[in-house]
Design a protein around this ligand. Structure first.
Ligand SMILES: [Zn+2]
Ligand SMILES: [Zn+2]
Length: 358
């Protein structure tokens, strides 16, 4: 279950409460709802858990700061939908981009990723799989689907994970005498390691499974499709729920955004450099520019356009959460590297007329 309660309400303190006040409220409530004082009372047990969670987060300055940031966006029940409060400049030092909310599976996931806690405590531990994928700039900007192939370990279908060939007899491992671990001295300490002969199982088969060579596991490839939300930034981590081996465990995909030949990104805006020649810059011109979604737009350059000047094409940037950025065309004036004698004479004549010294 994802934490949905507002932690300040859980502890009954103001959002401006000091750490001391939070601690006091926690102690009072923890006493009141302690399982020892409320035997066989599931409501109290639930409340006790909540109180502990709230205290765990609010008493830690780092965690509280992040929680507060999430809370301002109305992430938790009862916290009120206030929306982004003021500018985000004041939030420096928080390495969490609130606008990435849409990239996550849900608020519970964000919460887990910040506070390192899984929702359902009773669930058996399933390993999380981490992978990374490089995606083209355009897919990151506009959104799209990217297929990835995961290599997963699954229980061997032939032996069911026992590592024994069909019909083989199983006996106690002679190396570890069935313990599954062996200990050896290291720097005055006895260190336990999984037994290399039985690989921690404590038993050995008379004949190993041919499919998995006795390991009990096989490597399988699984193809999954990752939906890339529009406006995905480099380094974004997408969590795919229950996409691991046999549909268990989450797959966390770290996104690397490949640079584009033409575009670079600033927030929701995209910037593309377009070369123009000297005559276009001096006399003005109409140039064709392609947008992020491969449309062509005609851009009018005024006479006297400067090198590095930027022209805005409204609404052609990256769209995210209903906001859309702009495209900027940065013109670079190309100077001819070589002039023929006639061209040189013409430029000299121009320079004289314009009073340019050289
Ligand atoms: Zn096997
Ligand atoms: Zn063994």
């Amino acid at each position: 279950m994802a934490p949905q309660r507002d932690y300040y309400q859980v502890l009954g303190v103001a959002e401006t409460a000091t750490t001391d006040e939070i601690k006091k409220a926690f102690r009072r409530l923890a006493k009141q709802h302690h399982p020892d004082r409320n035997p066989n009372n599931p409501q109290s047990a639930e409340r006790f858990k909540e109180i502990n969670e709230a205290h765990d987060v609010l008493s830690d300055a780092e965690k509280r700061k992040k929680y507060d940031q999430l809370r301002r966006y109305g992430a938790f029940a009862g916290a009120g939908q206030r929306g982004p409060a003021g500018g985000s400049e004041g939030d420096s030092g928080v390495d969490f981009d609130i606008s990435d909310l849409s990239s996550f599976g849900g608020l519970g996931d964000i919460f887990s990723s910040i506070f390192g806690r899984r929702g359902g405590a009773k669930e058996p531990e399933v390993e999380e799989i981490e992978t990374s994928v490089a995606i083209p700039f355009r897919v990151a900007a506009l959104g799209g689907k990217i297929p990835i192939t995961l290599t997963l370990s699954e229980v061997c279908p032939t032996c069911g994970g026992r590592g024994a060939a069909p019909g083989a007899t199983i006996s106690t491992c002679p190396e570890c005498k069935g313990r599954g671990t062996i200990s050896f001295g290291q720097g005055g300490f006895a260190v336990n390691r999984p037994c290399p002969v039985c690989r921690g199982k404590g038993t050995v088969p008379s004949k190993r499974c041919g499919t998995c060579q006795g390991s009990g596991e096989v490597r399988v490839e699984k193809r999954i499709t990752v939906a890339i939300p529009p406006g995905t930034e480099d380094g974004t981590r997408l969590r795919l729920k229950d996409q691991g081996a046999k549909g268990k465990g989450d797959v966390v995909v770290q996104i690397q955004v490949e640079p584009d030949r033409f575009f670079r990104r600033e927030g929701l805006d995209v910037i593309g450099v377009v070369p123009i020649n000297l005559a276009q810059a001096m006399l003005g011109s109409k140039i064709k520019v392609r947008t992020l979604d491969a449309k062509q737009v005609v851009l009018k350059l005024p006479p006297g356009t400067q090198h590095g000047q930027k022209f805005r094409i409204p609404g052609q940037g990256i769209e995210r959460n209903g906001r859309r950025g702009d495209q900027y065309v940065e013109v670079h004036v190309q100077i001819p590297e070589r002039l023929s004698p006639e061209e040189q004479a013409a430029v000299k004549a121009f320079a004289e007329k314009a009073g340019l010294k050289y």
